[in-house]
Design a protein around this ligand. Structure first.
Ligand code: ZN
Length: 153
């Protein structure tokens, strides 16, 4: 049986799997190129259009969790990117793929997880408590897919 790796926050041995891990990514958004400090910053920013000041505010937050929390504020609830909800998993995957394509150290660490089953799960965060860890493991599946692509290269 393949080993299981449980990851979530950017701490401990599997820190690099987290979307919060500090691997900057350059991404095209609405025709412009932007650099995001983490995948989470990208994911949270694209809730807004690039010509919206809130896109930039979110992108510039010090930590990924601050970026996430800012998007929950009342001023951040309206006039979001219209198709964000339907595309959110695709956007997360795009960010994750960019992280490993643009940061070779991260790609090497991911490849070294071999055939271990990657599971997003921790005891503390709201997502693991209410879905991701106990549910569909979308992030883990994304990472395993990206690992397969990297290993085939
Ligand atoms: Zn968690």
């Amino acid at each position: 049986m393949a080993a299981e790796i449980k990851f979530c926050l950017p701490i401990g041995k599997w820190w690099f799997l987290s979307p919060y891990a500090e691997f900057p990514i350059k991404m095209e958004v609405d025709g412009g190129m932007y650099e995001f400090p983490t995948v989470e910053h990208y994911y949270q920013s694209v809730k807004f259009y690039a010509d919206d000041a809130r896109f930039h505010k979110v992108m510039c937050q010090k930590s990924p969790d601050e970026a996430r929390l800012l998007t929950k504020m009342p001023d951040y609830r309206n006039n979001r990117r219209a198709d964000f909800e339907e595309n959110k998993y695709a956007l997360m995957e795009k960010g994750m793929r960019a992280k490993f394509a643009q940061n070779s150290a991260a790609a090497e660490m991911l490849k070294k997880t071999g055939d271990a089953v990657l599971i997003k799960s921790c005891a503390v965060c709201y997502k693991c408590g209410f879905g991701e860890g106990s549910g569909e493991n979308r992030l883990g599946k994304m990472l395993m897919k990206i690992r397969e692509e990297l290993s085939a290269m």
